[in-house]
Write a protein that binds this ligand. Structure first.
Ligand code: AMP
Length: 399
């Protein structure tokens, strides 16, 4: 079975084609600058060089057509007819409370995605546009929506209800939803499997540490808490996002720092986090280099980040009554031994003991980086959200 995975952003469309028997990638690529001048397609057929082509993509419909043309291309394509694509899996940011898992796309599912436009204003409209375009250009091919929020829908109310008047939840759906669900789900399956254990028997803390970062507490395969909230702004300090704040700071900075109210969301999402603290960069490679060169604020930003992750790990161990696995993933989690070392320092009370040599030697591959006597295993598990989307899509269309 061949599955096309589509991830539409506001001005981009990323795609991968999987062959599900061996779970291999046949082709992948990106249509960039949709709706802008100078759109381009970058396409790679497995085992071949990258093809880069200037194109015109006024909207997501054009972008899907460009992808289809690439997939059918006699030279760098991977199918001879669109009928060879058995299903399309779409990444969808927000599914609200109604999307409790991945769903075969119907009019009702499209309505759910539409209802969540206010909660995911940049992504959900683009996701729906991609779905509509695929429906039009690939009629009869089943399509599946895989939501970033749905893995977290198993959280109990004490984890997702805010300390606000309850009617705000009832009337407006203001609650913790959580994000990076596809990544956390992948880790929740892959980390126990790597140890030869079953997801249903372990308490896992999944640490997705990238430019956007979140943690999830996963007890016996089900998410019981996560650090992002109504939007991805809550939780850890991130590349450019503030993470947890005293909410009064918002009105205070409007009044004192004269930041216009309409700009506060951008300020907290794009100018804060380790970028705002360090004044150097949101990229952790730049921060590590600057800290090595003696930049005190870069070091402070790294220290704050590691401290936040450690605090969340401690609280999730408390929430689950312990932890059997701490798994690191995403750009930073997979590639920065230094950050993993700083996070794990002091977690020995949980039975989590880092093996310094293994940690130093591990970048971007599945590995156990804890000592043999560590009762809580510390793992590095590279995430693969596209494969997870393909697996969910495969499972749903095979029912
Ligand atoms: P992601 O959002 O998962 O793509 O992760 C991006 C983040 O991972 C960026 O802040 C990168 O600086 C960070 N990252 C990637 N590779 C490394 C590395 N070798 N050392 C430190 N940080 C890294």
């Amino acid at each position: 079975m061949k599955i096309l995975v589509v991830n539409c952003g506001s001005s981009s469309l990323k795609y991968q084609v999987f062959e599900m028997t061996a779970k291999t990638v046949l082709a992948k690529g990106l249509v960039d600058r949709i709706g802008l001048t100078g759109s381009s397609l970058t396409h790679t057929r497995e085992g071949r060089d990258k093809t880069e082509i200037a194109c015109e993509a006024q909207n997501h419909g054009d972008a899907v057509q460009i992808v289809i043309d690439a997939l059918l291309h006699p030279d760098y394509g991977v199918v001879t007819s669109l009928r060879e694509i058995d299903a399309v899996g779409h990444r969808v940011l927000h599914g609200g409370q109604k999307a409790i898992g991945s769903m075969l796309i119907t009019a009702e599912v499209k309505e759910i995605i539409h209802e969540c436009f206010a909660l995911g204003p940049l992504h959900n409209p683009a996701n729906l546009a991609g779905i509509n375009a695929c429906e039009k250009l690939m009629p009869g091919t089943p399509q599946v929506a895989v939501f970033d929020t749905s893995f977290h829908q198993t959280m109990p109310p004490e984890a997702y209800i805010y300390g606000l008047p309850y009617e705000l939840y009832e009337k407006y759906g203001i609650r913790r939803y959580g994000f990076h669900g596809t990544s956390h789900k992948f880790i929740a399956l892959q980390a126990p499997a790597f140890l030869g254990r079953k997801a249903a028997e372990v308490k896992l803390i999944s640490c997705h540490l990238g430019n956007g970062s979140s943690l999830a507490a996963v007890r016996y395969g089900k998410c019981v808490d996560t650090s992002m909230g109504l939007t991805p702004l809550e939780g850890l300090v991130m590349g450019t996002r503030s993470g947890d704040l005293d909410p009064t700071i918002v009105s205070y900075i409007v009044e004192k720092a004269k930041i216009p109210e309409r700009k506060v969301n951008d300020y907290l999402n794009k100018e804060s986090g380790v970028l705002g603290i360090s004044g150097v960069s949101s990229d952790f490679r730049d921060l590590e280099k600057a800290a090595n060169d003696g930049n005190a604020r870069a070091q402070l930003a790294l220290d704050i980040f590691a401290y936040h992750v450690k605090k969340y790990i401690g609280s999730y161990a408390a929430a689950m009554g312990g932890a059997d696995i701490i798994a690191f993933t995403a750009g930073l989690g997979e590639n920065s031994p230094r950050m993993r070392r700083d996070v794990c320092r002091g977690l020995e009370f949980l039975g989590a003991r880092l093996d310094d040599g293994r940690n130093e030697a591990t970048r971007g591959k599945d590995a156990d980086i804890s000592t043999a006597d560590s009762t809580c295993k510390i793992l590095v598990i590279p995430t693969n959200e596209e494969l997870m989307i393909a697996m969910d899509t495969h499972e749903i269309v095979s029912r």
